[in-house]
Design a protein around this ligand. Structure first.
Ligand code: SAH
Length: 610
């Protein structure tokens, strides 16, 4: 919840605007000296329509730490500036200030150094992937080293889908005296605080614990919590693994009421996954037990549960089905097959105490493929979400001209893989293989990346081991329609006239169907390979079913420099001026020009209010 505090009439009016814009706000009335402490204890973030100085005085005694304090944003009386005062990153104040500025029409005044340099703040680095910062890490000093352009090393024991770091951060093992960033679930890596290797030589290090480990637990009736907890602790310690890297514990569903097991897991604040015995029985494991099979119905609990939970690393969602069965072609019945990138490995085989068993699996990171529509051209027709994805990716793949169009948005250190026209398949394959290697990739397309663009070739190649995020964009037909009037007010069809990938006979059949159905037709790629005959032919087919005065609108370079908008009729329209950067919209028999604008009526009978 966002708390709103206002002391003046202008502030109260602006607070009202925020209340209308956002559902999750609460007004704190009364003197700020009373309202601010209340909001501070009750809200995730606060917007104060107060001077920064006054706010700072009231906040000072309340501050506890940047990880727990709510973010606080001050807005000046004239609503020109939104200033994050505390909690810029963890408290979300920078983000909130940007949103406030958007709603009130002002400007966010961001003062944190890493944001100013367009780079990632180290205390947030990997947070959305689930990284935990190892206590004792030199966050501030290594962050300062990155900002000042010093050499910093980055070593990771797996490829995680992280945002890019600037080019002075080089991949490689820690070097004596050089600040190091280390991503590892191991406690024995050089650079780990307390490890003699690097800290002895005076180096600075930030160590991140990735959420890579899954603990499988088996137990017999009445197992004491302390026994389970000790066994887990020993398994981790002997293997040199950090408990901070544990994402999940897992067991068989028969243990749902096993008090000691549950208490041990709860004591460590880990979520617990439970699987039916039959599912566990299907997981190949190195140490099956016949006794366990007879008692529980699966020859392995700890090893099988650890492997299964580590495999099911996909986030919940409609398309993330259950992990593939071990007999599917993707996972032949062999234990610990490391070849497939999505497959987990068993890092600690079954360890046994009197009443418990424990095993540890390591999940493979899932790469992240964002399919991003950058809109028709103009920057303000690109969605904020698309811009955020371009800044989230460490690898950007796209057609050179589109990449150039948005290159100012990329963070320093972003790897750009741009190719020319005609390399669609190659771009799709590159994007998917970069994501399959675990990276954060943005595959960009103009307009919407799923409309005659890169979305489908990429998703034809992508398997279930990567996460896919699609960001819709303003497609050319919408951009063109907005310039022409309201030509898409009723049913319409999008048709590409490019016969590069579709035989012309198929295209012609579709145009005929559109003509017969009296749909408004939007023609993409209207001058396929520089030829105008496909458009002439298309117009002739439509003219059979539509009156000669049917409006035809066309827009070249919608929302780009040189934008041209024109309208004509089926009888008079000359396709000669149309090229590949043009979109043509042919009205239905009901479309008309009204005051110079192309309008397709909705044709509903509006119900009279009763
Ligand atoms: N994914 C894109 C379409 C790619 S196909 C989208 O959603 O818009 C390329 C065709 O789209 C071009 O031949 C042209 O017909 C149309 N197009 C794309 N951008 C355009 C723009 N800014 N103005 C007019 N037409 C455009």
């Amino acid at each position: 919840m966002i708390g709103l505090i206002a002391a003046t009439a202008a502030g109260r009016q602006a607070a009202e605007r925020l209340t209308q814009a956002w559902p999750d706000t609460r007004r704190y009335e009364g003197p700020a000296a009373v309202a601010l402490p209340r909001a501070f204890s009750e809200c995730d973030a606060i917007v104060c329509f107060l001077a920064v100085g006054a706010t700072v005085r009231l906040l000072a005694p309340l501050l506890a730490g940047k990880r727990s304090d709510p973010g606080v944003v001050c807005v000046d009386e004239a609503l020109r500036y939104a200033v994050p005062v505390v909690g810029a990153h963890a408290g979300g104040a920078n983000e909130l200030a940007r949103k406030v500025a958007l709603v009130l029409g002002g400007e966010a005044v961001i003062t944190t150094a890493s944001d100013a340099a367009g780079s990632v703040a180290l205390d947030e680095f990997g947070a959305d992937v689930g990284f935990a910062v190892e206590p004792g890490s030199d966050l501030a000093a290594v962050g300062a080293a990155i900002l000042s352009g010093e050499r910093v090393t980055l070593s990771a024991d797996a490829t995680w889908p992280l945002p890019p770091l600037p080019p002075n951060v080089v991949s490689g093992p820690p070097e004596p005296g050089v600040p190091a960033i280390i991503v590892s679930d191991r406690t024995d890596v050089p650079g780990h605080p307390g490890h003699p290797g690097l800290s002895a030589s005076g180096g600075l290090a930030v160590v991140y614990r990735p959420p890579s480990l899954v603990i499988g637990i088996g137990a017999s009736r009445g197992v004491p919590a302390a026994e389970v907890s000790t066994l887990i602790g020993e398994a981790l310690a002997d293997a040199g693994l950090s408990p901070r890297s544990v994402r999940l514990a897992a067991t068989v569903d028969l243990k749902a009421d096993e008090v000691g097991l549950l208490a041990a897991v709860r004591g460590r604040d880990w979520p617990l996954a439970m699987f039916p015995a039959a599912e566990l029985a299907a997981v190949p494991v190195p140490n099956p037990s016949e006794t366990v099979r007879i008692a529980v119905g699966t020859p392995s609990v700890a090893e099988a549960a650890a492997l299964l939970a580590a495999r099911a690393g996909a986030p919940a969602g409609p398309f993330h089905s259950a992990p593939s069965s071990p007999n599917s072609p993707n996972s032949p019945n062999r234990p610990n097959r490391p070849s497939r990138p999505g497959e987990p490995e068993l890092v600690v085989a079954k360890r046994v105490s009197a009443h418990a068993t424990v095993a540890i699996a390591r999940a493979r990171p899932r790469g992240r493929l964002a399919i991003v529509g950058i809109g028709p051209g103009a920057r303000d027709l690109m969605t904020p979400r698309a811009a955020a994805e371009l800044r989230r990716a460490s690898v950007v793949v796209g057609l050179d001209q589109y990449v150039d169009q948005v290159a100012d948005l990329f963070r320093p250190g972003t790897r750009i893989l741009a190719t020319g026209l005609g390399h669609e398949q190659e771009r799709a394959a590159t994007a998917v293989s970069e994501a399959a290697a675990g990276r954060a990739v943005a595959l960009i397309g103009s307009g919407d990346a799923g409309v005659y663009a890169m979305g489908s070739p990429a998703l034809e190649l992508a398997d279930e081991t990567i996460d896919v995020i699609s960001v819709p964009g303003v497609t050319a037909s919408l951009a063109a329609a907005a310039l022409l009037g309201a030509p898409l007010g009723h049913d319409h069809a999008l048709i590409s006239l490019s016969d590069l990938h579709t035989p012309w006979e198929a295209i012609e059949r579709r145009i005929t169907a559109v003509a017969e159905a009296d749909l408004v037709a939007c023609f993409y790629n209207p001058a396929s390979r520089g030829r105008s005959w496909p458009l002439r032919k298309a117009l002739a087919i439509l003219a059979v079913c539509r009156p000669p005065e049917t409006p035809v609108g066309w827009v070249r370079d919608a929302s780009r420099p040189g934008e041209a908008v024109s309208a004509s009729t089926l009888a008079a329209f000359d396709p000669a001026g149309v090229d590949m950067r043009t979109l043509v919209i042919v009205g239905s028999s009901r479309s008309a020009m009204v005051a110079g604008r192309m309008v397709t009526p909705r044709e509903y009978r509006w119900a009279a209010p009763s």
